[in-house]
Design a protein around this ligand. Structure first.
Ligand code: NDP
Length: 450
């Protein structure tokens, strides 16, 4: 690694030891930026790398809330406002027991480059809490969301910071958060949150956007090899928002999805998950809040617990990891390659470990990194902001067409940039450099205090 880049990376590790996933995300980006740093000396001269790895601001706060027995519980809340050079901070809120400042710094850092790639004016941020919504009643979730908003409301706004959903934060949570915001401020705030329901300010296609966008990105990668999704076998991990709509788009485009998972295990349905079965999964996960194991019981298919293996052992053409970070390890990447996988589209953020990414790239697998492949969600969040500003809504078809166009543009930009730097088809390099250059140039234009 270049000495200068290495020194920036070492400082990141020294300043915040223990933030492993953040270090991993920084290393992956810094390594791939090397050709751009060499080609354009202005970035080193303006200390852009030193600045871009440091969040502009981190807010950490206490979230006390009452459980069903009337006992006060305390969780920790965060908002990492990472970079606002090209627009207000934008990025989701995650509710999961594994949430720490380091996890949110990794997600906020990734978001900076992803949002830049969308071509929309959005900076990067991320937030959330170590609160676990699993097993909680609706009243407990509402109570928690309200308490979180008592602090968060003063840090957000249409020109400041616009949070959305992520793991554990779906339509129900966004509803409670928005209700609390309005109660506290007596203000609709034009657009302080995205992922709202369509009846009260949300955009059509926002729930579908990340999953659909990921499949659109895979479709573009396949086109470069004269292939398409028709007849392809796909494995999707997770069974939440991203996984559900990635599955739906795969079905619509003629692919056969044979697996879904949750943190407990995974199902293998060799006949394929059709629209009817998917509707059943959506009801299971979004309404009844059950476990994927129940699919196996209901449809009489195989179920394997996580401790006994992963769906990446299945033979497939397309792999869409759509659950969480580091869910595909090197061994699993190798299994996918050995089984002839053609394309991997990361629906989740950083689901593949660095060694796994290397294996995909070296084997010539079409690999769409999360920053590019899952940018459809935040893109339609950006479109939700635009619609709220003009107090007018677009139809499903209009939003879907815009999403499709954005994903095609992101693909073209990443592809072209990879070519420019002599690594044609390496979407990691292409997406990171293309996302970086726009933010870095904005920081230089706006002076050294940015
Ligand atoms: P959801 O909460 O809707 O679903 C998450 C799914 O992943 C669940 O099936 C969950 O299972 C599973 N999962 C979570 N943690 C683990 C784990 N440690 N091991 C195995 N499975 C796990 O979240 P989303 O679908 O919204 O998000 C999924 C991924 O996509 C995340 O990486 C997120 O950052 C990323 N993403 C989401 C966007 C969005 O618009 N929602 C936008 C861009 C990226 P269980 O129920 O058992 O926990």
């Amino acid at each position: 690694m270049d000495k200068y880049i290495e020194s920036v990376y070492n400082q990141v590790v020294e300043k915040d030891p223990g933030q492993d996933v953040f270090h991993q995300a920084v290393l992956e980006v810094l390594e791939s930026l090397e050709p751009a740093i060499k080609k354009y000396p202005k970035y080193k001269e303006n200390s852009i790398l030193e600045r871009i790895v440091e969040p502009e601001r981190i807010i950490q706060f206490r979230i006390p809330w009452k459980d069903r027995d009337g006992k006060i519980q305390v969780n920790r809340g965060y908002r990492v406002q990472f970079n606002s050079a090209i627009g207000p901070y934008k990025g989701g809120l995650r509710f999961h027991p594994t949430v720490t400042q380091g996890v949110l710094k990794f997600l906020g850092f990734e978001q900076v480059f992803k949002n830049s790639l969308t071509t929309l004016p959005m900076g990067g941020g991320k937030g959330g809490s170590d609160f676990d919504p699993k097993g909680k009643t609706d009243a407990e979730v509402e109570n928690f969301c309200e308490s979180l908003m008592f602090e968060l409301y003063r840090h957000i706004g249409q020109f400041i910071d616009v949070p959305a959903g992520d793991i554990g934060v779906g339509a129900r949570e966004i509803g409670y958060l928005y209700g609390a915001y309005r109660k506290i401020t007596n203000n609709h705030g034009t657009c302080v949150l995205t992922g709202k329901s369509a009846g009260w300010g949300g955009s059509l296609i926002r729930p579908e956007a990340t999953g659909y966008g990921c499949v659109y990105f895979v479709q573009e990668m396949l086109k470069t090899r004269g292939e398409d999704l028709k007849g392809k076998k796909a494995v999707v991990s997770g069974s939440g928002n991203v996984a559900q709509y990635a599955t739906e788009k795969c079905i619509q485009l003629g692919a056969k999805v044979i697996a879904l998972s949750d943190s407990s295990g995974w199902i293998h349905d060799s006949d394929g998950i059709d629209e009817e079965k998917l509707a059943w999964v959506m009801d299971l996960k979004n309404v009844r809040r059950g476990r994927i194991k129940e699919y196996a019981e209901h449809f009489k298919v195989d179920y394997t617990e996580t401790k006994d293996g992963s769906p990446w052992s299945l033979k497939c053409d397309i792999a869409l990891p759509s659950a969480t970070q580091n869910e595909v390890d090197a061994k699993e990447a190798k299994m996918l390659v050995d089984n002839g996988v053609l394309a991997v589209g990361e629906g989740a953020n950083m689901p593949t470990v660095p060694e796994g990414v290397e294996i995909f790239l070296e084997s010539g697998v079409l690999f769409g990194p999360g920053k590019a492949a899952n940018a459809g969600g935040v893109s339609v969040s950006g479109l939700e902001m635009a619609q709220n500003s003009q107090r007018f809504f677009w139809t499903r078809e209009e939003v879907d067409a815009k999403l499709h166009q954005i994903m095609q543009n992101i693909h073209a930009n990443a592809y072209k940039t990879s070519e420019l730097f002599g690594m044609k088809g390496n979407y990691v390099v292409g997406a990171n450099i293309a996302g970086f250059v726009k933010v870095a140039d904005a920081m230089i234009d706006q002076g050294h205090r940015i």
